[in-house]
Design a protein. Structure first.
Length: 279
């Protein structure tokens, strides 16, 4: 497969072919996503919860994101990689954001960065893109701002909120973002925003009218125990948790019963019985 570049993404957008994006947080999760033919792989700061067990994304540090970016970059041969700028690494000033973005590229080895925010982030997006670093914007439900939003709530529901979303989308486009993630937005509103823009929209909980879709891999592959809450927009395409549970349970049972390791899992000696008896 030929490496996906910013031009490939432009071509998909022009052809109206949906852009496929998924998160990965380490070598194996990126490896499988790349092999599955995903156009884009996002090292999302959702890894704070799904890979590090933190309460929310506000806890994960830039240095921690860099380690995850690097492991994802090593596994990714074709997909276009995006690294999330974590909370605290870009809000202070455009210069701070550029410094963090440069670290994501140089040390994290991914191809682009993502940050949360709309019109208020336009100067920051302009600053980062002026250094030749592609920026993916993220508007609608922005989890890093959950305390200000009053939790994980659908955004852009009423007229003024929809107009604000559209204004944010136009502002990040104007600032030079190569695309924009729309999270938790009514499908009709996301479609409208998509039609008004000249850059791709990547939806998550934003309906079928976006230019592409993104999901968190741990969610869509079912790599979590039964009973965990899932947002309405997640479709569980697999049951990796049950698959792993079955494998580990069988292993445990076979170790206890000495069924494992069997003859075929052991190495032969290179000595005669006589030599062995002399040991
Ligand atoms: O961190 C993340 O996984 C994300 C996607 C859900 C868009 O930002
Ligand atoms: Na994120």
């Amino acid at each position: 497969r030929k490496p996906v570049t910013i031009n490939t993404l432009q071509n998909l957008y022009r052809k109206d072919e949906p852009i496929t994006m998924i998160t990965a947080h380490d070598f194996p999760s990126a490896h499988v996503a790349d092999h599955a033919g995903m156009d884009m792989i996002l090292v999302g700061d959702s890894l704070a919860m799904v890979a590090l067990g933190m309460e929310d994304t506000s806890e994960v540090l830039l240095d921690e994101m860099l380690l995850h970016c690097r492991s994802v970059a090593r596994a990714t041969k074709a997909a276009f990689t995006v690294g999330d700028l974590p909370m605290g690494s870009y809000e202070v000033a455009p210069e701070q954001a550029l410094e963090s973005a440069i670290r994501i590229i140089k040390e994290g080895r991914v191809k682009s960065v993502k940050l949360e925010g709309g019109r208020e982030m336009a100067p920051t997006i302009a600053k980062i893109t002026s250094a030749g670093i592609p920026v993916l914007a993220h508007i609608g439900l922005t989890p890093q701002r959950q305390n200000a939003l009053g939790g994980f709530r659908v955004q852009g529901k009423n007229t003024s909120a929809a107009l604000k979303l559209l204004d944010d989308a136009l502002a990040v486009q104007e600032a030079g973002a190569f695309g924009v993630v729309l999270e938790a937005v009514p499908a009709e509103v996301a479609s409208l925003v998509t039609k008004k823009l000249a850059i791709p929209t990547i939806g998550i909980g934003a309906g079928n009218g976006c230019s592409g879709q993104v999901l968190v891999q741990v969610d869509m592959s079912g790599s979590f125990p039964p009973g965990r809450f899932l947002p309405k927009f997640v479709k569980k395409y697999g049951d990796v948790w049950t698959e792993s549970m079955n494998a580990i349970t069988s292993y445990r049972t076979e170790v206890k019963s000495r069924a494992y390791p069997a003859q075929e899992h052991t190495y032969p000696m290179a000595m005669s019985k006589e030599e062995f008896s002399e040991l």
